[in-house]
Write a protein that binds this ligand. Structure first.
Ligand code: UT7
Length: 329
């Protein structure tokens, strides 16, 4: 009997309408368009401004688009995994909120917290539920409302992040395609360089934590930068090697969109031409768990059945990894 593979059979993406440009940020903090553009490649990002809307609402938009594109009834979904660090609430999880809002009554869900690598962790987990034969329709969402945890008085972080969501459908196939391999890594010692100081059980919210601005993203950018480049290159090379592939066999590199300089360094070190690297950081900034599915959603019309894709990310934890996909449609 041939092995069941988990094939991506559709992609959906959503970004809010409101645009925060570099010119807008120049009025908020001591920065300028030239610095942001040359250091990060970001020109603008999207912000979910409606105070009544949360991460799940962006996830719902992406999932509804996905259901429509794949001609799937909400009642047919069996499992939804949501990668996010900005869940609507500390608990319950956001996956089940999304399922409720899209009317998926026959499914269960759970969240995965692996920061910018969250989509890779969630996709790998979801693939196992398909490969085992347990489920036939699984949705993976990557969604983050980063504007809810960014300090718009801190120029080191507020220029980077944006809001957005993406979703993919996974279904079984007996063809040699889909999620072909995955290598995930973590180093918890990296938590000191990228985290939120308060709000968890270590430091519950208090008037003091709010006054000290401890509910925002804290990042030591340079340390993260170096580890990110090395991490993504290393797992990508390992995945290529153990699948007997050369970089020339890869049609698309889909890197987490954290910084254009990181994307360029990773591309150069791997030896992949820039035209094979998916990029939308200039428009959306770093949307954490959403960057990779948002790239897939934008580039979907250019993808061809049989194309090899490498998805790679690095983020808080530290967490990182690479996934090899053979595109299925
Ligand atoms: O997605 C999750 C993982 N995260 C990442 O992968 C992010 C990795 N890190 C980065 O992308 C970069 O480190 C940053 C974009 C965050 C920062 O770029 P950098 O080239 O590492 O700059 P830096 O922090 O070393 O700062 C260089 C200078 C400093 O001034 P001095 O000390 O040289 O006088 C900063 O104060 O640039 C200054 N600076 C700014 N200037 C204008 C920092 N932020 C800004 C700003 N505008 N927004």
């Amino acid at each position: 009997m041939s092995k069941i593979h988990a094939a991506i059979t559709g992609v959906g993406g959503y970004v809010p309408d409101d645009v925060l440009t570099n010119a807008d940020l120049e009025k908020m903090v001591d920065t300028n368009d030239e610095w942001i553009t040359t250091r990060t490649g970001i020109k603008e990002r999207r912000i979910l401004k409606d105070p009544s809307k949360a991460t799940s609402d962006m996830g719902v938009e992406a999932v509804n688009q996905l259901l429509q594109k794949t001609n799937t009834q909400a009642s047919d979904i069996e499992l939804l995994i949501c990668a996010t660090v900005t869940g609507d609430m500390v608990f319950p999880d956001t996956a089940n909120t999304i399922l409720d809002k899209v009317g998926a009554k026959n499914a269960f869900g759970f969240d995965i917290n692996a920061a910018c690598s969250g989509f890779l962790y969630a996709l790998t987990t979801a693939a196992k539920f398909i490969e085992s034969g347990m489920y036939k329709k699984v949705i993976v969402v990557g969604a983050d409302k980063m504007s809810s945890i960014v300090d718009y008085e801190d120029r080191a972080t507020c220029i980077i992040f944006g809001d957005g969501a993406g979703a993919v459908m996974l279904e079984p196939t007996d063809e040699e395609s889909g999620i072909m391999d995955s290598l995930l890594k973590a180093d918890g010692a990296g938590r000191e360089f990228l985290h939120m100081k308060a709000g968890g059980s270590l430091k519950p919210p208090s008037a003091e934590t709010v006054a000290n601005k401890e509910h925002y993203v804290y990042q030591e950018g340079k340390s993260v930068f170096k580890a990110a480049v090395n991490g993504m290159v290393s797992t990508t090379n390992q995945v290529l090697e153990r699948n007997n592939l050369e970089i020339d066999d890869i049609s698309w590199l889909v890197p987490h969109q954290a910084n254009m300089r990181i994307i360029n360094s990773v591309g150069d070190m791997l030896g992949i031409p820039a035209e094979k690297v998916m990029v939308n950081i200039h428009k959306y900034g770093n949307t954490t768990a959403a960057t990779i599915p948002l790239c897939l959603s934008e580039y979907e019309p250019q993808l061809k059945k049989g194309d090899y894709l490498i998805l790679t990310a690095f983020g808080g934890g530290f967490t990182w990894g690479s996934i090899l996909i053979k595109w299925s449609y």
